[in-house]
Design a protein around this ligand. Structure first.
Ligand code: NDP
Length: 511
């Protein structure tokens, strides 16, 4: 295949590229700080190759300072003791500031991550919505009461903030993912230490600027920039941290559970997925093919919800594959700064090699690379891009069918019977999301019941709402984000039992 068969968007004129890199510092106790040892790291745009961010590289000193500050800010009640109304008002102010600065945030998101600018803008808009939704939850926060425990007893169940939360985020949706966690933690009354991925620190720092502008009390949210070692590791072991909320790889998620077990912290994890879309013979193939293409190429496949395997009924497998290949050729890949681009750059050269390694090993294992299967050259851009790739003849034991590739690589598997389809969908360690395509409501419902996944989409893919919880089963995670369940993650339950009147049945009787 030549790249002439694809829809390529060449480099824009570069006028949106920054003349100087964005300077990112730690936010600790309301102050912007460089690292004590002066260390910094530079992030280059994965599409354009130019430096876009120079960030302070934190170490133990900064992580310790941030944890101590967040602890103090929680314990003295400067945030937790505010009314839900006051916390809500502040979160709403942050949402307005995000809207005001949407284009600035989106541009930095695109420059650091390589995602298309139109998508980045939509994500920032979606993030503002999450801050508004969490603001509403802050005012609806309540526990429970029991008034039927007997004449002399009243039971009250209080919901209290967990305490100090470590929030550790990845590079694929930096602003959206921190917004799936932080406003919910704040709505609950928690304080936080946040560490973005070292590949994408800028927009979390911009969020810090907006929190300061909105009037968040000093020390309630602290941001430490740097690597998993030592910053992330300290954030998962420190005695003064009560909870860890993490999104990233299953391997690091498991390491975090082990690290946090020393102090029995609460842990909430959003991890990987190998999400199947199952297409039955009676499916609406126009809609299914479009959703399959969206599901695999959105965010260049660097997405925990990527629909990275399709399981198609044998009778229609060839037709579906042909349709998907034809649509894949029409998806605009190229400069993420161009408004028409739908798929941008791959996050790093190392990650590009990892993606390619999966594709080549599938070829050696007997699968057929029907489209793509190699790096993509975008005219005028030095960064790394990967071709839209469709691999058929994939069998369940191949790595390409089981492991999270995190790239624009679709695996096609086939089935004959409903039971086979379910067995294939559930075969594997992950259980994040799954989809079913059929015009028969009974097929959809039975699939929904039997598939092991935190989210099931029927005749649609990857919709998301602030109201609906999101998370995985099996090795895709622990706990839920979004919806009212997302708030519950950051709350502890305290039971209060109150005697009314004098004790009527003393334990020790008068002799
Ligand atoms: P990681 O899981 O390694 O990184 C996610 C975050 O965790 C980053 O902020 C990272 O810091 C931090 N971190 C790393 N090690 C530790 C640790 N021991 N303790 C605490 N925090 C730590 O993801 P990668 O960026 O390395 O991506 C690798 C693979 O993970 C991808 O190829 C993809 O398959 C998967 N992934 C899944 C995501 C999802 O949404 N489910 C998101 C991102 C990746 P830093 O990297 O800055 O050192």
């Amino acid at each position: 295949m030549t790249t002439h068969d694809l829809t390529l968007i060449s480099a824009t004129d570069g006028s949106a590229l920054p003349r100087e890199p964005f300077v990112a510092r730690h936010l600790i106790d309301g102050q912007w700080r460089d690292s004590a040892d002066g260390a910094t790291f530079v992030r280059h745009s994965p599409a354009h190759g130019v430096p876009v961010t120079r960030a302070a590289e934190g170490g133990t000193v900064e992580a310790e300072a941030a944890v101590a500050t967040a602890r103090r800010a929680f314990d003295d009640g400067r945030w937790a003791s505010l009314s839900g109304k006051d916390r809500s008002t502040l979160l709403l102010r942050v949402a307005d500031l995000i809207d005001r600065d949407r284009d600035r945030i989106a541009l930095m998101e695109t420059l650091e991550s390589g995602k298309p600018i139109s998508q980045a803008r939509a994500e920032i808009e979606g993030a503002a919505d999450l801050w508004r939704y969490a603001a509403a939850l802050a005012r609806a926060l309540r526990g429970d009461s029991h008034n039927s425990l007997g004449a002399d007893m009243l039971g009250i169940v209080l919901k209290e903030p967990v305490g100090v939360v470590s929030i550790i985020t990845p590079w694929n949706f930096p602003f959206l993912i921190v917004s799936q966690k932080l406003p919910f933690a704040l709505a609950a009354g928690c304080t936080a230490v946040v560490k973005p991925s070292e590949l994408t620190p800028a927009t979390t720092v911009i969020l810090g600027e907006l929190l300061v502008e909105a009037g968040l009390p000093d020390g309630v949210v602290n941001i430490v920039l740097g690597y998993g070692q030592p910053v992330g590791a300290l954030m998962t072991t420190h005695d003064d941290i009560d909870m860890v909320s993490f999104t990233g790889s299953t391997a690091v998620g498991k390491a975090i559970v082990a690290a946090a077990s020393g102090t029995l912290k609460k842990v909430s994890l959003e991890l990987g997925g190998k999400n199947p879309q199952v297409v039955f013979a009676d499916a609406d193939l126009d809609s299914a093919a479009d959703a399959i293409v969206f599901g695999i190429y959105f965010n260049a496949g660097e997405c925990c919800n990527s629909g990275s395997r399709i399981i198609v009924h044998k009778d229609i497998a060839d037709e579906v594959t042909q349709r998907v290949i034809a649509l894949s050729r029409r998806v605009p890949f190229g400069d993420p700064l161009h408004p028409d681009t739908k798929v941008g750059a791959i996050i790093s050269p190392e990650h590009q090699n990892k993606i390619d390694g999966y594709v080549q090993s599938a070829g050696k294992a007997g699968a057929t690379i029907r489209l793509g299967g190699g790096p993509l050259t975008v005219p005028g851009l030095p960064g790394q891009f990967y071709q839209p790739t469709v691999v058929s003849g994939v069998t369940a034991e191949m790595a390409i069918a089981r492991e999270e590739i995190f790239g624009p690589v679709l695996s096609v598997l086939e089935f004959n019977t409903f039971d086979e389809a379910i067995a294939l969908a559930n075969d594997g360690a992950y259980g994040l999301s799954a989809g079913v395509w059929s015009e028969n409501v009974h097929t959809c419902l039975e699939f929904t019941r039997r598939v092991q996944a935190g989210t099931v989409w029927t005749n649609t893919w990857m919709d998301g709402f602030a109201e609906l919880p999101f998370g995985g089963v099996k090795e895709s995670g622990l706990g839920r984000e979004l919806g009212r369940f997302g708030l519950d993650e950051y709350l502890e339950v305290k039971t209060v039992q109150m005697r009314i009147g004098r004790t009527r049945t003393p334990w020790v009787h008068d002799r």
